[in-house]
Write a protein that binds this ligand. Structure first.
Ligand SMILES: NC(=O)C1=CN([C@@H]2O[C@H](COP(=O)(O)OP(=O)(O)OC[C@H]3O[C@@H](n4cnc5c(N)ncnc54)[C@H](O)[C@@H]3O)[C@@H](O)[C@H]2O)C=CC1
Ligand SMILES: O=C1O[C@H](COP(=O)(O)O)[C@@H](O)[C@H](O)[C@H]1O
Length: 298
């Protein structure tokens, strides 16, 4: 990818995981409605490459999009408890503005941050908690219909539909990544569901790198590490994107400590392989926290 890559929501948890992983590999345009402190900005990204704007501001988004070859679109309200007015504005309207501007600017590849919550309704009482355990064979693979369990999930399903539309009508390559649970350094602690959908920082950077490098038309893939516990297939991500995750929540105890080869535990702080160059963002920088979301190490 020789042209610049626009990263929306660059200051958040996923944005920072991506920039820590592949921040040196691309020419970035960073957009966020909050100004980014220098510690969150990779070397070589100038002030002119940073846009402080709301994604619902079409003029500002168009300006940031000029000359861009690919987009990673993360900006939005990430709360599973987010109210309708917020997801309507930030997640649905905002995503339409960014996709429309991308099409108009001739962007070739567009990666959209969808969510596990677009399909949360498959986690029925009958299937859980077996679903979260390594010996359960149930898999969602991205071909199933969306089945949101909350309005936030509805907004992510809407974003996937917008991507389908802009691919079919305008030919832009679109990949929707149903991200699981991004947590830094270790899987979510004492949380079976979270350990089944863990996405390490290292695998997050690699996955979005593949979204920028691979050739595809319209795809829905799951964004999780190579966890023994899982109910999302990563086969499509492997096949189409060349995703080859390095981490597995089974390499950690239930409490989140790394197991070494002899079965002993240690507290290796670089267990996810990511060298921390930027400040860690707070768990929810712009929206109040979900009440029941584990926030350690996000
Ligand atoms: N963190 C996770 O485990 C998961 C995240 N996702 C999705 O990934 C994306 C990023 O999530 P996080 O980094 O965790 O969230 P975050 O809240 O840490 O970061 C979101 C960033 O987007 C910016 N932003 C929000 N609304 C905006 C708007 N209207 N205009 C411009 N900037 C705006 C915020 O200032 C913030 O820097 C979200 O779309 C979320 O739904 C999906 C599944 C799991
Ligand atoms: O979409 C998202 O999902 C993750 C994981 O969901 P959870 O139900 O296990 O909390 C969540 O942490 C993140 O904030 C959200 O954007």
């Amino acid at each position: 990818m020789d042209e610049p890559v626009l990263l929306t929501g660059a200051g958040g948890r996923v944005g920072q995981a991506i920039l820590r992983g592949i921040g040196d590999d691309y020419e970035w345009r960073l957009l966020d409605r909050e100004p980014l402190p220098a510690a969150k900005v990779p070397d070589g990204v100038t002030d002119a490459d940073q846009y402080v704007a709301d994604i619902t501001n079409a003029d500002a988004v168009r300006e940031a999009m000029e000359g861009v070859g690919a987009v990673i679109h993360l900006a939005g309200d990430p709360r599973k408890t987010a109210p309708w007015d917020s997801v309507l504005r930030n997640n649905i309207d905002g995503t339409q503005v960014v996709m429309r501007a991308a099409v108009d600017a001739g962007v070739k590849k567009f990666a959209f941050a969808s969510s596990n919550h677009a399909v949360g309704g498959y986690e029925t009482e009958e299937r859980t908690p077996d679903l979260y355990r390594p010996d359960d064979g149930y898999r969602l693979d991205g071909t199933e219909l969306p089945r949101p369990g909350n309005l936030y999930g509805v907004s992510k399903a809407a974003g996937e539909s917008l991507g389908r539309f802009y691919h079919d009508e305008h030919g832009m390559s679109v990949v929707c990544v149903r991200i699981g649970n991004l947590t830094k350094d270790h899987p979510p602690r004492e949380y079976e569901r979270g350990q089944a959908m863990w996405l390490s920082h290292r695998d997050c950077g690699h996955l979005f790198d593949r979204c920028l490098q691979a050739d595809y038309g319209y795809e829905i893939v799951y964004g999780i590490s190579n966890n023994d516990r899982r109910y999302y297939s990563i086969e499509r991500a492997r096949e189409v994107l060349g995703y080859d995750p390095a981490d597995n929540s089974a390499d950690y105890t239930f409490e989140g400590k790394p197991k070494d080869e002899t079965g002993d535990e240690n507290d290796n702080p670089t267990a996810d392989g990511g060298e921390t160059r930027f400040d860690d963002p707070p768990a929810e920088p712009n929206f109040p926290s979900d009440p029941d979301t584990p926030t350690d190490g996000a």
